[in-house]
Design a protein around this ligand. Structure first.
Ligand SMILES: O=C(O)c1cc(C(=O)O)c2c(n1)C(=O)C(=O)c1cc(C(=O)O)[nH]c1-2
Ligand SMILES: [Ca+2]
Length: 564
């Protein structure tokens, strides 16, 4: 796989060589062999077991090149599979130490292909590069110390000969960062910490150089030394926009969760960062939840798209934040174009001001434990819950309909603050919580959203929270999965459910589609898990009978069907 292949991934329908089905992250395929007229006939052609004990939480997006599928699974495993037959070519199991500390299950969301390498991140915070034909290790690089709480769950991306990764660990007071490596050797090219105060340098050719952006001196948005352990993990990885030559990374929650310990905006937590891929410098930032006090952890993917307004081309980017608001930004400079709620009854903010900053609801923030006698701050009922209006699961943008398809959830939480102090390698929250369903009928809502008006064009409600990624096609289709086990397809214009297939375990993976031998294929990983069964509080009851697992399913129309 070459840089060209990667940059063109969104336009080549016969392969999927990037996380996002294109670096901009639209998850849109121009294929229409499979479409809203014939999707009812879709059938599985093979299924592949990830094997292993206790397999769960299959959040991966496979990639496909030249008839071979490369996919990661939970516990930092990777596989190459014959995409025609489902036969295994090789398997790699990372040997993980006992002390790994993923906050939210043992997940992995995917890998990257470059040259003859398949590269992915592990729960002990390493990057591993495997020979794509044999699965043999070519290089391994320690990105950060797992004993401090670092891990990697996101898929790396490669752009113009640079391998770009983020890190997880926001719940342990790590310092988030984005890093670039030489994909052939694993040598570090630059590092970009995402907490102000750690900001004044970049690495270039293995040497630290000042780049002038230092939060440490003037106007620190953290009190005292709180920035030293400030979180802002880049745990969802990034997207890349070739038009502006910019990497977009979301940053997670500031640490600790108790916001009274860190008055200030706490840059660059809960933000979108536009990063120069050449040296790691920050071009602009947009913070969705300043002084985040609810773990809104605004790490969600920023997806580039273009539209016309009054005859002018707008180079925009959109993100559906965990905090419940959908933002449309000008991707050339990060300026706010518009924002609107995409979930119901947001409690913590009354809306956004004309810069996109939240207008906080009076009394919406959980109280300061220092102000009470029993060390437990005044609780509040906040909505959405910290697992978010949308969590990690990627949305999709359809160039034909001009709509975003957003996997969202309706839930609330009781949240309160507690005293906490930083201890290396220990949870650093200073908060307690119970998540509750917002109603008896449904939590998950797949929404079709018009980014130019904020209108919800259609919605599909699901009993359990939606936790899988979305993919959309020129064949007027939207695919996603449900914790109840289904891969589902919808009419992209109307939201009518056109197809469902039960994979035997909850689908929390992200589907892909590609063309092979003149036929259109769809693949998705199945295996219930992720944060909901761990942290879902009262919602865990809704999902408690769902079986875990680890399978990869592949579908196509029966032979000849597409021609009808
Ligand atoms: O702050 C962090 O570093 C971090 C990392 C991760 C992760 O790497 O999976 C999650 C979260 N936070 C998080 O807050 C969260 O709700 C979450 C859900 C999931 C999941 O895969 O289901 N991961 C994570
Ligand atoms: Ca987090």
């Amino acid at each position: 796989v070459t840089d060209e292949d990667i940059l063109n991934d969104h336009a080549t329908v016969d392969d999927v060589v990037t996380y996002g089905m294109g670096l901009q992250g639209q998850r849109y395929s121009g294929l229409e062999i499979l479409n809203s007229e014939n999707v009812q006939s879709l059938q599985p052609v093979w299924a592949f077991s990830f094997g292993g004990e206790k397999m769960r939480g299959q959040e991966s997006q496979p990639i496909v090149k030249d008839g071979v599928m490369y996919v990661t699974a939970s516990y930092s495993r990777a596989y190459a599979i014959d995409a025609r037959t489902g036969e295994e070519i090789w398997q790699y199991d990372a040997r993980l130490p006992d002390g790994i500390m993923p906050c939210c299950d043992v997940v992995n969301r995917g890998g990257a292909l470059y040259d003859d390498l398949f590269i992915f991140g592990t729960l002990d915070a390493k990057l591993v590069a495997l020979n794509k034909d044999t699965g043999k290790v070519v290089w391994v690089k320690q990105v950060a110390d797992y004993q401090e709480g670092y891990s990697i769950t996101a898929a790396p991306i490669v752009i113009n000969g640079k391998l770009i990764t983020g890190v997880s660990g926001g719940e342990f007071g790590i310092v988030g960062k984005v890093e670039a490596y030489d994909p052939r050797t694993g040598d570090l090219l630059w590092t970009r910490p995402t907490v102000e105060g750690h900001m004044g340098y970049v690495y270039r050719d293995g040497e630290a150089v000042e780049n002038g952006i230092s939060g440490g001196e003037a106007g620190l948005t953290w009190p005292g030394d709180m920035w030293e352990t400030g979180g802002a993990a880049t745990w969802l990885g990034g997207t890349y926009d070739p038009d502006t030559d910019t990497l977009f990374f979301g940053t997670g929650n500031p640490a600790p969760w108790n916001s009274h310990l860190r008055p200030g905006d706490n840059l660059f937590s809960s933000s979108r960062l536009a990063i120069d891929p050449n040296d790691g410098s920050i071009k602009w930032h947009f913070q969705t939840t300043p002084n985040d006090g609810w773990d809104y952890d605004g790490v969600n993917e920023l997806v580039s798209f273009d539209y016309e307004q009054n005859g002018e081309l707008v180079r925009a980017a959109a993100t559906a934040d965990r905090n419940g608001f959908f933002y449309v930004l000008d991707r050339t400079d990060g300026s706010f174009i518009r924002g609107f709620p995409f979930v119901d009854e947001i409690s913590w903010a009354e809306g956004l001001d004309d810069q996109g900053r939240p207008i906080y609801t009076e009394g919406g923030r959980p109280g300061d434990p220092a102000a009470t006698e029993d060390d437990k701050g005044e609780p509040v009922l906040a909505r959405p819950a910290f697992l978010g209006g949308k969590n990690w699961m990627p949305m999709a943008y359809n160039q034909g309909t001009g709509l975003f398809y957003v996997p969202s959830n309706e839930w609330a939480m009781d949240i309160w603050n507690e005293p906490v102090s930083y201890k290396r390698g220990a949870a650093y929250l200073g908060a307690g919580f119970t998540i509750k369903p917002a109603n008896e009928e449904f939590i998950g809502v797949l929404r079709a959203i018009d980014p130019s008006t904020g209108e919800e064009v259609w919605r599909h409600e699901n009993r359990a929270p939606l936790w899988g990624g979305v993919m959309t096609t020129a064949g007027n289709l939207v695919f996603t999965g449900t914790p109840e086990g289904y891969l589902k397809a919808f009419d992209a214009r109307t939201g009518e459910e056109l197809y469902r297939f039960n994979t035997g375990s909850g689908v929390v993976g992200t589907p892909i589609t590609w063309e092979m031998d003149g036929e259109q294929y769809v693949s998705v990983a199945s295996g219930w898990g992720g944060a909901v069964p761990l942290w879902g509080g009262e919602v865990a009851k809704v999902v408690k009978n769902f079986n875990q697992g680890g399978m990869l399913w592949t579908f196509k129309l029966p032979n000849g069907e597409a021609a009808l």
